[in-house]
Design a protein around this ligand. Structure first.
Ligand code: LLP
Length: 432
């Protein structure tokens, strides 16, 4: 099978050892299912590789944007990861879940004064500062609270990660970070070093997401180490930390490329250590910020089929009770997924149809050209695999569709981690 946590027994799909269609009956659909042991396994891939790597005191930072709910922070904290948080909402969720906030990194290209104050009050360990205005605002707010805030400075190394445009962030013309190439990044370093309430720890970049080209992180580290050297020469300041962001790609379908994450981390860290020696700078400690590769293959989504529409001479549609509201990734990026019929998983898949959602919009396609069993019908359970990342976190209430629950499976047992939204939840902020 494509994934180690997917098996088929007697024609039924088992996820993390549990009959998926059975869980669909028990919890209703649409339903997000997560495999806790898979999340932990993915975390360990990073923590093991970083612990053993050539850069001292290195650590993994979970990018919460991939999937943020209270329950995930307990797992992440126990596995020894830090957390990348990008809004007051993510900070609040982590804090409420009891995450050790000194291990939190506050990211984002537009932190309001309220966000900054809230993050400081929550005890966020690091700010990843994105722009000049933020440096000024953070210094002022930190000063008023009588603290010295640790920061990293986000810069753009000018690297094309060879991925889709929506997630390519390390190019010079990106809205994120400050460009090295234009000379603006070194000015930002000077500004940060001049601020008495800011403590610059190092530099940060994030080149993009869904990266399979193993060369990308080598090229990014070369540019970043060159910049660290420039900072040393010009400002006499030696950066302690190099954060290379997230981005390792994940396998969504058979035949897609793969990247050996553990091997790549080891090799990149060795490269950083060698290059640092060459440049006569201290080997920085390395931070990586995986999101997708922690949760993507730890999640699947289940739906119930409502109709099978065969438009004679044209095309076929299988409509389900979710759609772009719980998974907007095909609509946004044309993303590919593997789809199985959970209660007929061993039947020959001979009917070609688009798997579509329930929204009032033709673009509400979860996946085009899927092969279904010829007898697929109303009431069957469809599973879309690898939906753990950027599905729940990007879900919406379009058409006032309620967001599905998250159920976590561990040791053959299922537990609700996020409840299904109710109709009352949908109108709770409406003034009636
Ligand atoms: N660090 C930073 C600063 C980021 O901006 C991101 C992702 C990550 C880490 C995590 O990257 P990952 O390991 O997950 O590739 N909605 C898009 C993905 C957007 C990624 C945004 N930033 C999608 O569904 O493909």
């Amino acid at each position: 099978m494509l994934y180690s946590n997917i098996e088929i027994h007697d024609g039924r799909l088992f996820f993390a050892g549990v009959d998926a269609a059975g869980l669909a009956k028990k919890h209703g659909t649409p339903l997000y299912l997560f495999d806790e042991q898979k999340i932990r396994e993915n975390c360990r891939k990073y923590t093991d590789a970083l612990k053993a790597c050539a850069c001292p005191n290195s650590a993994a930072v979970y990018a919460s944007k991939a999937c943020c709910f209270a329950g995930i922070y307990k797992i992440i904290a126990e596995e020894g990861l830090c957390a990348d948080l990008v809004s007051s909402g993510e900070i609040y969720t982590a804090k409420k879940a009891g995450f050790p906030m000194e291990r939190a990194y506050f990211q984002g290209n537009n932190k309001t004064d309220e966000d900054i104050s809230f993050a400081i009050d929550c005890g966020v360990g690091y700010f990843v500062c994105d722009n000049f205005e933020e440096l000024e605002a953070l210094d002022e707010i930190a000063g008023k609270r009588g603290i010295r805030q640790k920061i990293l400075l986000r810069v753009t190394p000018g690297i094309d990660p060879h991925t889709y445009d929506e997630v390519a962030t390390g190019k010079v013309d990106s809205k994120f970070g400050i460009a090295i190439e234009t000379g603006q990044a070194i000015e930002a370093v000077k500004l940060a070093l001049s601020k008495k309430n800011l403590e610059l720890e190092g530099v940060h970049c994030h080149v993009g997401s869904m990266v399979f080209d193993s060369d990308v992180f080598f090229r990014a580290s070369d540019v970043m180490l060159g910049f660290i050297k420039e900072i040393k020469n010009i400002c006499g300041f030696e950066a302690k930390t190099l954060d290379l962001g997230g981005g390792y790609g994940v396998k969504y379908y058979e035949g897609q490329g793969e990247i050996d994450i553990s091997a790549n981390i080891k090799a990149v860290a060795e490269h950083i250590a060698e290059k640092s020696a060459e440049l006569e700078i201290k080997t920085p400690s390395l931070r990586l910020e995986p999101g997708r590769s922690i949760v993507a293959d730890a999640g699947i989504t289940l739906y119930t089929v409502g109709s099978v529409k065969k438009i004679t001479g044209y095309k076929n549609y299988v409509s389900v009770d979710g759609g772009m509201t719980d998974n907007p990734r095909y609509a946004l990026y044309g993303s590919k997924y593997t789809v199985l019929t959970a209660n007929k998983a061993d039947k020959e898949a001979s009917l070609s149809a688009d798997l579509v959602g329930r929204c009032c919009e033709s673009g509400d396609i979860i996946q085009p050209d899927v092969k279904f069993p010829a007898d697929i019908q109303r009431g069957d359970t469809v599973a879309v695999l690898t939906t753990g990342a950027y599905n729940y976190s990007m879900a919406s209430n379009y058409n006032r569709v309620a967001r599905p629950p998250i159920v976590i499976i561990d040791g053959g047992k299922d537990r609700v981690a996020v409840k299904r939204e109710s109709l009352d939840d949908l109108i709770k902020n409406d003034v009636i």
